[in-house]
Design a protein around this ligand. Structure first.
Ligand SMILES: O=C(O)Cc1cc(O)ccc1O
Ligand SMILES: [Fe+2]
Length: 437
């Protein structure tokens, strides 16, 4: 599909799919052109400061109050919500999983979400959940809307199409997309089954991190973000809308497509971003900076520098540090790190961390390079080295992440993960050189 996008991050966009559908100079004319209804979708409180105030005006065939009402419970037991902290005797510890297969039985997006971790509390609007989506069927006459948070999609296998109230985005592995809290969409497959990672952000919306002394350029540049143009459906077919609200799943049935927005303007929008447009900045003489240097988007909290979620990537880059151990250092961290791998190899792990796999290094639990990565990096020739064809990512949150019964009992969980560090030898022998034999 050839799709049109508007570029920029946080812009006030305007778009119409019929000429003159967008009112000029006002939001609520007495009668809207084409007999449309005007509707405001507020993503921030009305009174939020300008820098964080987000809303869009939608000009649609029917107001959404005609789309939704009379909610019936819907059973989706594997799409969980925080808090799940006190359920059963779920284990703690460093965790890693191999990729999970896409099921054979017909599975659309809503049924294909599998929750791996939850943090915080949906009702308190803090924290996040990390999920997988495993999908082999497009949604048909079915739509979904998540009141609990915005959703970041990271496709790992298979291109996906998100047909949202504000327009259509196609997203392939290497790209990400974000759908705002409360926006309805239909999830479709472009070219076959799809597996990916999904972050449900219960807290403040993702935004670009400050660059500080880096200045006005590099990292994720605003002009590389893409928001779809208006698209509408005028279809009188029986449809189901799935709604997730305070951790529960519901459906409501209506007689038409809810994707009936003919024109819109505003800054509360879905967007996509190609991670290969990211311009990494790093140490160019010695030492390994904190991974926050690779932040793409951050969901801030009221506490400075203490993110609800930092979305960080480890993409193609040069390693040039002199007299430097170049992979990640060993560490313990107050923040909790969920990682996935879209393609390639991650530089802290020589084996075992596979594309489509995932790892969890939770609050204060130690981790770092496996024994082979340590030995290799400790002894290598330190010529400039290019890491190529790699795309790992991390959702790092200030809150501890809790497993679910599903992730704790997945048969792809690596029982022997700790063994990747078991061979780390004692090199200390009391001499300044140490013993490297
Ligand atoms: O644990 C990890 O692999 C992620 C990570 C990468 C890095 O370069 C430094 C710290 C860190 O947590
Ligand atoms: Fe880490």
């Amino acid at each position: 599909m050839t799709l049109e996008y508007m570029t920029g991050f946080g812009n006030d966009f305007e778009t119409e799919s019929l000429p003159g559908a967008l009112p000029k100079g006002r939001n609520s004319p007495q009668k809207c052109a084409y007999g449309l209804y005007a509707e405001q979708l507020s993503g921030s409180p009305f009174t939020a400061p300008r820098s964080s105030n987000e809303r869009s005006w939608l000009y649609r065939i029917r107001p959404s109050v005609r789309h939704m009402g009379s909610y019936e419970p819907y059973s989706q037991k594997l799409w969980r919500s925080a808090p799940t902290a006190h359920e059963g005797e779920l284990p703690i510890g460093q965790r890693r999983w191999d990729p999970v297969d896409i099921p054979d039985e017909p599975t659309h997006f809503v049924d294909g979400v599998r929750t791996v971790t939850t943090a915080g509390d949906t009702v308190g609007q803090a924290g996040m959940a990390s999920h997988l989506y495993l999908v082999n069927e497009s949604m048909q006459d079915m739509y979904t809307l998540n009141a609990d948070g915005e959703m970041m999609f990271i496709p790992q296998e298979g291109e996906i199409r998100l047909v949202t109230e504000l327009g259509i985005m196609e997203v392939e592995p290497g790209e990400i997309a974000v759908v705002p809290r409360g926006m309805a969409f239909r999830f479709e497959l472009v070219d076959g089954p799809a597996r990916g990672y999904l972050c449900e952000n219960y807290g403040a919306k993702f935004t670009l991190p400050e660059r500080g002394p880096i200045g006005a350029n590099c990292l994720a540049n605003a002009r590389d973000f893409k928001t779809p143009v208006a698209y509408y459906e005028d279809e009188e077919t029986e449809s189901v809308i799935h709604v997730k609200w305070c951790g529960r799943h519901y459906t409501t049935t209506i007689g038409h497509s809810p994707l009936d927005v003919v024109a819109w303007h505003g800054n509360y929008v879905p967007y996509k971003y190609d991670l290969r447009d990211y311009s990494p900045v790093g140490a160019i003489l010695f030492d390994h900076p904190d991974p926050s240097i690779f932040t793409v988007l951050t969901s801030p909290t009221g506490e400075a520098g203490t993110a609800n979620i930092d979305f960080v990537i480890f993409s193609d880059r040069w390693l040039v540090g002199e007299n430097t151990f170049r992979p990640p250092w060993y560490h313990r961290n107050i923040m909790s790190e969920f990682m996935g791998l879209v393609y390639g190899q991650y530089d802290a792990k020589e084996e075992g961390f596979l594309p489509g796999g995932m790892s969890l290094h939770n609050m204060m639990l130690p981790h770092g390079p496996d024994v082979d990565a340590f030995e290799k990096a400790s002894n290598m020739d330190l010529a400039p080295q290019k890491l190529e064809g790699t795309m790992a990512f991390m959702w790092e949150t200030r809150l501890p992440q809790h497993l679910t019964e599903y992730s704790a009992s997945l048969d792809t969980m690596q029982e022997n993960y700790l063994d990747c560090w078991a061979g780390l030898k004692k090199h200390f022998d009391g001499t300044p050189e140490g013993n490297w034999d």
